[in-house]
Design a binder for this molecule. Structure first.
Ligand code: NAD
Length: 357
């Protein structure tokens, strides 16, 4: 297989963890006889420093011409006081919008070796394996009218929650397609007892499900779902929900796994998909070889699975991560007593060696 990947390291630990993930892809190339062509591109603070904008046109051009995009993280204190349009984080919104990435996929899988790192009891989380599918380009974060004004002599603010049938239908399809490759269960989360947008959401999801008779569909109100995730996370397979509910629930589901350094994500929907760790640029540990590269390495496993349909290769990366953790190696964010403490580079090397073994 011959594929082109745009690699955007970004800022802070983004540079370190992306280097690790590219090493892993090179090992996969070697072992499974594929060819990956890497094109480096700028975004975030490093782009601001180099060319004065957070998302250069050249980066978008490279992404559009690629088969997949790998992103590290953007941001850092150096650019915190920039005006809003010159903040590094503008690059994230720009990439999602310009690449049409409407489906954010976040797996929250419990590695057995890390059960003790979770804040929940072993008997509650053991075996939990959830994917949250979040609608990413609609809903209240993008609806208009919006803004702060004056009403009846005092300040008043407005945001608008709106969804169209086609927006819901396409995210439903993403969720059902993912569930088909898993345990074939989808739970759609809404607030249909209160919100008209949720009533349309539910009706459209039910309609879309007719094309997926093999999938078992259930519905849950968002407040109940927030509770059920903590009470009994094993009941969930795929959760599909709108932008703001998904923003909150995916962080909650993520915390079940113990550390943000473990969490991968994919944003799908356009002609090219984007893969990135859930964490940010972690300025507090940047440049110190302390960052956990597993979230980014697990993100490239998702890239192989979703964009290139290389299931076997994706499994090999995930099995290698599991093996290295089982052997007791940990970066400091996931270390407990008795573990062998390793840095970003050493963790990457261990995972590469496990893939080759
Ligand atoms: P963060 O995720 O960067 O860090 C939060 C905490 O988790 C820190 O203590 C950090 O050291 C730790 N951490 C994060 N990733 C880790 C890893 N791989 N290994 C070990 N420890 C890890 O969040 P923050 O501190 O709120 O934000 C820092 C900067 O990153 C800000 O500028 C923010 O805007 C940006 N950010 C970017 C993205 C993105 O690019 N997608 C996401 C979130 C935050």
């Amino acid at each position: 297989m011959n594929k082109t990947i745009t690699v955007i390291p970004g800022d802070g630990i983004g540079q370190e963890v992306v280097a690790g993930a590219v090493n892993v892809l090179e090992i996969v190339e070697k072992k499974f006889h594929h060819q990956f062509h890497f094109t480096n591109a700028l975004a975030g603070g490093s782009a601001l420093d180099a060319v004065g904008v957070p998302l250069p046109e050249e980066t978008l051009k490279s992404c559009r011409a690629s088969d997949a995009v790998l992103l590290g993280a953007v941001g850092g204190p150096k650019w915190d006081n920039n005006p809003p349009h010159l903040k590094p984080e503008q690059a994230l919104l720009g990439l999602r919008k310009n690449l049409g990435l409407y489906a954010n996929i976040r797996p929250a899988k419990i590695y057995s070796a890390l059960i003790n790192a979770s804040t929940l009891k072993r008997e509650i989380i053991e075996g939990a394996d959830i994917v949250v599918v979040r609608e990413l380009t609609g809903g209240i974060y993008f609806g208009t009218p919006r803004g702060i004004g004056t009403k009846n002599g005092e300040q008043s603010a407005t945001n608008t929650l709106t969804y169209s049938e086609s927006e819901v239908r396409r995210i439903a399809k993403s969720a059902f397609d993912i569930a088909r490759k898993r345990r074939k269960k989808v739970c759609s989360v809404d607030k249909a007892n209160i919100l008209e947008t949720s009533q349309l959401w539910r009706k459209t999801i039910v309609d879309a499900a007719k094309e997926y008779p093999d999938i078992s569909l259930s519905h849950m109100y968002v407040d109940n779902c927030a509770m059920q995730l903590i009470r009994n996370p094993r009941q969930f397979d795929v959760i599909v929900t709108e932008n703001m509910f998904g923003d909150i629930l995916s962080d909650e589901a993520a915390m079940l796994t113990g550390s943000i350094g473990m969490l991968a994500s994919a944003s799908l929907g356009g002609t090219v998909a984007l893969y990135e760790p859930v964490h940010g640029s972690a300025p507090d540990i940047a440049g110190q070889n302390k960052a956990n590269p597993i979230a980014t390495i697990a993100s490239v496993a998702m890239m192989l699975r979703f964009s290139f349909d290389l299931q076997h290769e994706a499994d090999a990366i995930e099995a290698a991560i599991e093996k290295v953790l089982d052997n007791g190696f940990r970066t400091s964010d996931i270390a407990t007593e008795g573990n062998a403490l390793v840095g970003t580079k050493e963790m990457t090397e261990k995972i590469c060696a496990a893939i080759l073994s």
